[in-house]
Design a protein around this ligand. Sequence first.
Ligand code: MG
Length: 160
Amino acid sequence: MIRIGLGKDLHRLVEGRPFILGGVTIPAEKGELGHSDGDVLCHAIIDALLGAAGLGDIGEFFPPSSPQWKDAYSLELLKQSAEQVYQKGWKIINIDCVITCESPKLLPFRQAIRDSLAGALQIPADRIFIKGKTNERIDAIGAGMAVEALAVCLLEHVQH
Ligand code: MG
């Protein structure tokens, strides 16, 4: 049995916050505003994984109302989410992602992000791909006010 999962997230970008994608801090003028560290990519992947496995969503697992998750390092939340998915007998075939932000260019950081995610998920980095896009200066993302991430994943159920 295989299952597909879809995740999406968006965070405002503000001065004075680090810009973190997939657990990697990227040099930038602004960073994600959020209750946690605001790592939009980890959040999208968490929703894709939990959705594919039918387990729930990030808001249920890590409620923003809970002080426990204030300034949480989202790569750790991703790791915990993946462990839940693995415990149910699922294996990740692949994850594919799109990150949209006006700046900075993400290509120089792609491999570091893939390696970071691969480490947290304990899968080879070639099962994870990431594309950086701009929004052609249109809308809030194009104005540099927000960053968005989309993620899809494919899971395979391992027979015991
Ligand atoms: Mg989020």
